[in-house]
Design a protein around this ligand. Sequence first.
Ligand SMILES: N[C@@H](CCC(=O)N[C@@H](CS)C(=O)NCC(=O)O)C(=O)O
Length: 216
Amino acid sequence: MILVGQYDSPYVRRVAISLRELGFDYTHDTRSVFGDFDDMRKTNPLGRIPSLVLDDGDVLIDSGAILDWLDESVGPERALVPASGLPRRRMLQLVALACGAIDKAGASGYERLIRPASYRWPEWIARCRTQAAGAIASLSEVDWTRTGAMAGGAGQAGQITQAEISCVSMLRYVRMTDADLAPVGRYPSLDALAERCEARPAFIATYPPNIAYPTA
Ligand SMILES: N[C@@H](CCC(=O)N[C@@H](CS)C(=O)NCC(=O)O)C(=O)O
């Protein structure tokens, strides 16, 4: 299968980490969502990443749908999100907070990266950053040493969970694009989570290099 999209996208990265943690092989298509826009739209009509091209030619789009398919493929014992009940609900809540923080940090980042300076709207950027900061603060209150236990099936015997993968992908992205939202030291629980996860082979292999984001 082919994973389309670069690892500086936290959505691509959470799929890449999940593929690796679950033992899937993939080829990496590193076309750029901006530089190769027209070509990218032939893979995904939305012109977004990630996409996952399956061996039968089917193309899955949207990281949530891709991860759902991965979990279904490996079955409930190995799935990264618990199959049902309170553990599933709680884990999906953490994943939603992580993805919401990505969306909001991303929206404010695109304002700075893409929109011409004279058209930027500071109040909108501030609102997006407040929303991202709220989700990050909420995630920092989680006892990350217990997410596996909370997750029922997922997380047993040292298996990583989707909450951890998505949260650490979010944190790396935020620290690349808007570090003031979660500087090292402000949230010790998230620092510890990142340190534990970023040492795993799947995280090391997908660690995105720093990118130059405008600050204002
Ligand atoms: N809900 C989507 C969001 C994907 C997304 O926002 N991808 C970004 C890169 S991080 C993208 O393709 N941005 C370009 C665009 O939307 O035009 C997912 O989870 O896959």
